[in-house]
Design a protein around this ligand. Structure first.
Ligand code: HEM
Length: 658
């Protein structure tokens, strides 16, 4: 048996043993007595967690293999080398196992939910209705479909771009299943959803990346030092992400800190925290010792430690699956529909001070804002340390944008936006028309291109090369085409509010995240084309930019008027369930929302006109200075000016009759 196979077997055994211990400790290894629901037997009791464990492990491994192929191994001008191609092929098999285990989880899930044995439920109609009509069933069906798609597409992937696309697809596939367990029933489900999503994304990159790196080392594959150094840089961020998101996921489920040692759920979570600390120590040891040895041509210590670390990580995944099967401690929450839907009690009547004092922690956008602020700051610091200059105006614009993003998603505005349509419209307009203006004026891509160093190996792609590849890609050319960017910006607003999409987005936290992200991204795309200071495939002359702005804004005004004239209430199901008894009627807040959408266009128009005027003036000024410099350097002036002067001289001579 090769060393790589031995590690795979040992990691599987570690994960299964940890799962079994976790299930016994959590009380889920024994039949549960639920009145009216027969026990579905030992096969289902163990089959379900084992299939979930296989699903988690296969998902994590697929991510790790694609990460290795796309980003960790050096490539040649975007074409994958032999090792990378092997990893993509292996990812195809891992994705197939992922899809298969999700299918098994559907079968066992049905059996458990109706208290039958597996042979009793192998009837097509029961399976189909579970897979298509229950939240858990739909989530698992998505994993089956996406897993098969990744398996098929991986067969033909030969470029780093294709592998990176598949990596993103695999990361998205990780999300649906865990979001339907305790997460959906957690009292603070917004925090639970965001934290578990971030937990899974960061842990898949970390655990999957390390597992595949350990196999790479055991198989004595080339470029181990490069791959290990790249992974180590990324691992620190993933480690922080796993720890923070894990703690938030826990806070969303526990009623009191004492639940940690008084409940089975808490004790299993404590076991994960201990494992997390140990893994941190191992990572520290790699940085202190083994990576340096590896670079010095002594890979033994690194390989051994990485193997041990992989075993501990997979054992922790086993504990995690047992944790997700263990009921969290019960605690009393207000029996109130509004609380259930919002994750917080219905706020009191709206006041201006309420907007500034009733802060609401939205983990997802807090992370987005922190990343935007941190990365920009890091880029600036690098330039300044190098002795380069960076515009303070751009910096101020960027941080105003980030501050407005924080205000829109974390202040009382975010709370009331869920309860009142007019406040939602203020939030929407700020996120799609004010925040993006400031962000694009910050010139983030220019800063990144100046701050990042080119890849150390010729033909390879580091972060800087990835940015230029994405900028020059066909996708970017299409979405930043002025017509496409305008169409996305305008039509999506109509599509959201005049179809059932808005109500669905309000009902689901993930839907709400997508909606908010969409406002931000579509606005940024549109304003990037008009006033962006970064290099882009389509930079329009200033007159065209003005035209684009003036053609687009009336569509927003029409949208506002259409809202004001509507007789029915949009997303009435959502708003009625909240049971708000104060303030205007639902129809009136919708009309006010329409008026806000209509009038709000003035603010961005003014800001954009100002930005275009400044850019135009600076551009003219820059061109004049460039012409002067050329004249000084070559003794020749601006060709247009020179020919005009010649023309005047000829006229002068003709007048004098020379
Ligand atoms: C500070 C340390 C950590 C804490 C507090 C923590 C907490 C949590 C919580 C509360 C959940 C949700 C469980 C549920 O659905 O009820 C979760 C899920 C999960 N955690 Fe962690 N975790 C930590 C570290 C880790 C580590 C180090 C790993 C792996 C190496 C890991 C792997 C997982 C996995 C795979 C899931 C999803 C399980 C599933 O639903 O199938 N966690 N974690």
């Amino acid at each position: 048996m090769s060393r790589a196979v031995r590690l795979t077997v040992a990691a599987s055994v570690a994960a299964i043993v940890a799962l079994v211990i976790g299930m016994i400790a959590g009380g889920r290894a024994f039949p549960r007595i639920i009145p009216g629901l027969p026990d579905s037997g030992v096969v289902v009791r163990w089959g379900l967690p084992l299939s979930k464990l296989l699903m988690d492990a296969a998902g994590v491994v697929t991510v790790g293999l694609l990460l290795m192929a796309a980003l960790l191994l050096p490539n040649d001008k975007g074409v994958l080398g032999k090792s990378a191609l092997d990893y993509v092929k292996a990812a195809s098999w891992a994705a197939l196992v992922w899809a298969g285990s999700a299918f098994l989880a559907i079968v066992f899930g049905v059996a458990e939910s109706i208290g039958r044995t597996v042979p009793q439920i192998l009837e097509r109609t029961i399976l189909t209705s579970y897979a298509t009509q229950t939240t858990q069933g739909v989530a698992l069906t998505l994993v089956v479909l996406f897993g098969v798609a990744i398996a098929l597409f991986s067969r033909g992937a030969i470029t780093a771009g294709a592998a990176a696309g598949l990596l993103v697809f695999a990361l998205v596939t990780l999300l649906p299943a865990p979001l339907t367990g305790h997460t959906s029933s957690s009292p603070n489900h917004d925090l639970a959803t965001s934290s578990v999503s971030l937990h899974l994304l960061s842990l898949a990159l970390w655990v999957g990346g390390l597992g595949v790196l350990a196999l790479h080392a055991l198989r004595k594959q080339p470029q181990l030092d490069v791959v290990a150094t790249r992974f180590s840089r990324m691992a620190l961020w993933c480690y922080a992400g796993v720890g923070l998101s894990g703690l938030f996921a826990l806070v969303a489920r526990l009623g009191a800190i004492s639940d940690l040692w008084t409940s089975e759920y808490g004790l299993l979570a404590l076991a994960k925290i201990v494992a997390f600390v140990l893994l941190g120590y191992v990572g520290y040891w790699h940085r202190q010792r083994t990576l340096a040895d590896l670079r010095a041509g002594k890979p033994r210590a690194f390989t051994r430690l990485a193997g041990g670390e992989t075993l501990l990580m997979f054992a922790t995944v086993g504990v995690a699956v047992a944790l997700s099967r263990t009921p969290p401690p019960e605690y009393s929450i207000p029996a109130d529909r509004a609380f259930e839907l919002l994750g917080f009690p219905l706020p009191p009547p709206l006041t201006l001070s309420g907007i500034f004092t009733m802060w609401w922690f939205d983990l997802f956008f807090a992370v987005v804002a922190a990343a935007l602020a941190g990365l920009y700051g890091a880029g600036m610091v690098r330039l300044l340390r190098r002795g380069d200059r960076w515009s303070w105006g751009r910096t101020a614009a960027w941080y105003i944008g980030v501050a407005l993003l924080v205000f829109s998603t974390q202040s009382g505005l975010a709370r009331y936006a869920k309860v009142m349509f007019d406040i939602h419209m203020i939030e929407h307009m700020t996120l799609s028309m004010v925040v993006p203006i400031f962000l694009v004026l910050g010139g983030p891509v220019t800063l990144a291109l100046r701050a990042l160093k080119p890849a150390s190996r010729r033909g390879d792609r580091g972060p800087r090369e990835w940015i230029t590849t994405i900028l020059n890609s066909r996708f970017t050319k299409v979405v930043t085409h002025p017509l496409v960017a305008t169409a996305i910006f305008v039509t999506s607003t109509y599509a959201l509010y005049f179809t059932p999409l808005f109500e669905s987005a309000m009902n689901e936290h993930l839907g709400h995240i997508w909606m908010t992200l969409h406002f931000l991204i579509s606005g940024s795309l549109f304003f990037w084309v008009i006033i962006g200071v970064d290099p882009g495939p389509h930079r329009l002359p200033y007159v065209w930019r003005l035209l684009m702005l003036f053609v687009t804004m009336p569509f927003h005004a029409f949208f506002g008027i259409a809202l004001m004239m509507m007789g029915g209430v949009i997303a009435s199901g959502w708003y009625e369930q909240l049971g708000r008894t104060w303030g205007d009627t639902l129809l009136q807040t919708q009309r006010d929302g329409g008026a806000i959408a209509w009038g709000f266009g003035e603010i961005p128009t003014l800001l954009v006109l100002l930005a275009i005027a400044v850019q135009w003036y600076k551009d003219d000024d820059r061109q004049a200075r460039r012409a002067d410099r050329r004249a000084d350097r070559t003794g020749a002036g601006d060709p247009e000016l020179d020919s005009y002067n010649d023309y005047l001289a000829r006229l002068n001579r003709a007048d004098k009759g020379e």
